[in-house]
Design a protein around this ligand. Structure first.
Ligand code: NAD
Ligand code: LMR
Length: 336
């Protein structure tokens, strides 16, 4: 009889865990959706004092659900306790935009939060902790976190654009009436905002007659250049309009996809979109957190290189980079 050594638990931090995404996300993590069905986890949940009671309620539900993989729960309003020894940090907590608030007011609140949480992670997280920022403005919050946690390798800090990537897959699947699992290699370039560029120029679909380019199967450039792009760009707003709340189950599920592929690897021949620190690839300014097509192996992402970029795409890549540069400047002006 062969005995396999049980895996050591991985500590996963979720900030803003008493919120809507948190409520959808923590059971997914506890069930193995993020790290696999044989990976035990210890959940660290952080929220702020006004949400402490609700956070404790979530902890009670996690206990009640008796998840076999869940080896412990830390529910706290103390950022140091929350960050201590975590291997993965999913940053969902943040200050929402309220009526009458200017962009700069929201930015200033979130910059302050991400600056202080960066220091806590830098001092107390496990070496090689991987960070995913979900809270908006996701790319710029991630950039601030990177700037104020200089000892965390920049390769370990990312933001969520996998939801936009999955939305693009979903739109192609609906349009062609094919299973979403047969569509691959869309790309989200740039910001998790309405300037993002959902690109299908390199996307393909598995069909009984072989693998075909999405462009050939859709055969309608007007839709691909128009409604497809705006639907994906505006999907977050459409969900808010319909639910009176922002997307939660899809955001939580996509956050699991992001970490799972980063840690366990992307399937052969497939790339995904991640917001990562730009090294200047595709002439995107270095020093922004920008969404690129990436493949992952052995816990490391690599930007897919050499994809041809046509003129129309070039303009869209530049436009979303310009918005990120402005956000970066605004964020820095909030710090001074
Ligand atoms: P929510 O308001 O329901 O929850 C946010 C939680 O964060 C609250 O419980 C709040 O108390 C907590 N919080 C506030 N400040 C905090 C701090 N300093 N430390 C820890 N926790 C703090 O919001 P939600 O619907 O769960 O969304 C969370 C964020 O994710 C928002 O910024 C939203 O815009 C963003 N979002 C991003 C994506 C994406 O794809 N990147 C998708 C959907 C939503
Ligand atoms: C989304 O894409 O669903 C969210 O980022 C929308 C939002 O503003 O919270």
């Amino acid at each position: 009889r062969i005995w396999r050594m049980a895996k050591q638990p991985v500590r996963v931090l979720v900030t803003g865990a008493a919120g809507q995404i948190g409520y959808a996300l923590v059971p997914m993590i506890a069930r193995g959706v993020m790290l696999g069905p044989d990976q035990p986890v210890i959940l660290h949940m952080l929220d702020i004092a006004p949400a402490a009671e609700a956070l404790n309620g979530v902890k009670m539900e996690l206990v009640d659900a008796a998840f076999p993989l869940l080896k412990g729960v830390v529910a706290t309003t103390d950022v140091v306790e929350a960050c201590t020894e975590v291997n993965i940090a999913v940053m969902v907590g943040g200050f929402p935009r309220k009526e009458g608030m200017e962009r700069k007011d929201v930015m200033s609140k979130n910059v302050a939060i991400y600056k202080s949480q960066a220091s806590a992670l830098e001092k107390h997280a496990a070496a090689n902790c991987k960070v995913l920022v979900v809270a908006n403005p996701a790319n710029t919050n991630a950039l601030i976190l990177k700037e104020f946690a200089p000892s965390i390798p920049e390769k370990n800090i990312s933001c969520l654009t996998r939801l936009d990537h999955n939305r693009a897959l979903g739109q192609i699947s609906e349009r062609l009436n094919v299973p979403v699992s047969d569509v691959k290699n869309v790309i989200i370039w740039g910001n998790h905002s309405s300037t993002q560029y959902p690109d299908v120029n390199h996307a393909s679909v598995k069909t009984p007659a072989g693998v075909k380019p999405v462009r050939e199967l859709v055969a309608n450039d007007e839709w691909l250049h128009g409604e497809f792009i705006t639907t994906v760009q505006q999907r977050g707003a459409a969900i808010i309009k319909a639910r009176k709340l922002s997307s939660a189950l899809s955001a939580a599920s996509s956050a699991c996809d992001h970490i799972r592929d980063w840690v366990l690897g992307t399937p052969e021949g497939t790339w995904v979109s991640m917001g990562v620190y730009s090294d200047g690839s595709y002439n995107v300014p270095a020093g922004l957190i920008y969404s690129f097509p990436v493949t992952c192996r052995s816990g490391e992402w690599t930007i897919v290189q050499g994809l041809p970029i046509d003129e129309l795409s070039r303009k869209k890549l530049d436009l979303t980079a310009e918005e990120l540069t402005e956000e970066k400047e605004l964020a820095y002006s909030c710090l001074s």
